[in-house]
Design a protein around this ligand. Structure first.
Ligand code: NAP
Length: 286
């Protein structure tokens, strides 16, 4: 645990408040927007290499490589989940989970007992709920989600066969929205989750969901960990933060904070960034 939590981080931006900070609690205790009205504050988090890779295909499909993933970033990923009312995940993630090759079960992980207690103290549900986004509705819902007391929402196509829908309902899921075609829009996602009353929505999915949200101006904040390590990869064998058609309107973000994490050994140095959409997140930090 000590290896994960020390040494101290250096705050580099905003420059008027430079200083040091501890990793544990960095995102758990940071003031964050809560959303306003029926508009949730929506955020995502990625760990990338210095050459911008979030995952690499080494023959078994794209995975976050161990050369980039690290316990200190993982702690912050979990802290962001502790702040969420609802997570967005993908049909593809659930297929990988079933096949035994997903990175991990959905956060908050049971080993992060302090974060689970923290949620309880805040009067939050034990675990954030889950919204599954899929253009096929082809996945299995792991029983664990229900056992953890999470509400599980489906955001799936209108033409999902009844039998498949029935199976998901039996597994404890409810339909939040059914959309035309095979791609939900970011605005549909935001409006659906806002109408369900969620104030903070955390996308733990990958670059397609990020594209969906960013294209519609629905990703309010991007948390990014940039490890100072180059890992390479052939052009069709890695993924970056966003995957999809070029954006008609480029999305601009403003640096809100930047921490330098020296790590515990050479090769572990990384940055933790918070970037807010330029036209502003939903509501003030609280
Ligand atoms: N480094 C990091 O921090 C990080 C973080 C997250 C993910 N990743 C990596 O990114 C890769 C992909 O992750 P992912 O599969 O969770 O996410 P994703 O690439 O965002 O989503 C893929 C799946 O989500 C569904 N989907 C996405 N956008 C949709 C839309 N607009 N409408 C309907 N369905 C939509 C589709 O599911 P169906 O196929 O069921 O239609 C699609 O196959 C993995 O390799 C993962 O390890 C890395």
């Amino acid at each position: 645990m000590t290896h994960t939590l020390s040494p101290a981080l250096h705050l580099l931006h905003p420059s008027e408040s430079t200083g040091s900070a501890t990793l544990q609690g960095l995102y758990r205790d940071a003031p964050l927007p809560k959303g306003s009205g029926k508009t949730p504050w929506m955020y995502a988090n990625f760990v990338t290499s210095l050459d911008g890779r979030i995952s690499l295909d080494t023959g078994v499909g794209c995975r976050v490589p161990n050369t980039v993933a690290n316990p200190r970033d993982w702690r912050l990923f979990q802290e962001l989940a502790a702040r969420a009312d609802c997570l967005i995940t993908s049909g593809r993630y659930l297929r990988e989970l079933e096949a035994g090759c997903a990175q991990d079960i959905l956060p908050v992980g049971s080993e992060f007992t302090d974060l689970l207690h923290w949620r309880q103290e805040q009067g939050l549900s034990p675990q954030p709920d889950v919204a599954i986004v899929s253009g096929t509705a082809q996945f299995q819902i792991p029983p664990l989600l229900r056992e953890q007391g999470r509400r599980v929402w489906l955001i799936i196509p209108e033409d999902t066969p009844d039998q498949r829908l029935q199976a998901h309902r039996q597994a404890g899921a409810q339909v939040a929205a059914r959309f035309r075609g095979h791609r939900v829009t970011g605005a549909q996602l935001r409006d659906t989750l806002g109408a369900l009353g969620y104030g903070r929505v955390y996308s733990v999915a990958g670059p397609q969901v990020a594209h969906t949200l960013i294209r519609d101006g629905c990703l309010d904040t991007l948390f990014k960990t940039v490890r100072h390590r180059v890992i390479g990869g052939q052009s069709s064998q890695f993924e970056t933060v966003v995957e999809g058609a070029p954006l008609e309107q480029p999305a601009d973000f403003r640096l809100r904070w930047l921490y330098l994490d020296p790590g515990t050994a050479p090769g572990e140095e990384q940055q933790f960034l918070r970037l807010d959409r330029l036209d502003g997140p939903a509501g003030p930090d609280a």
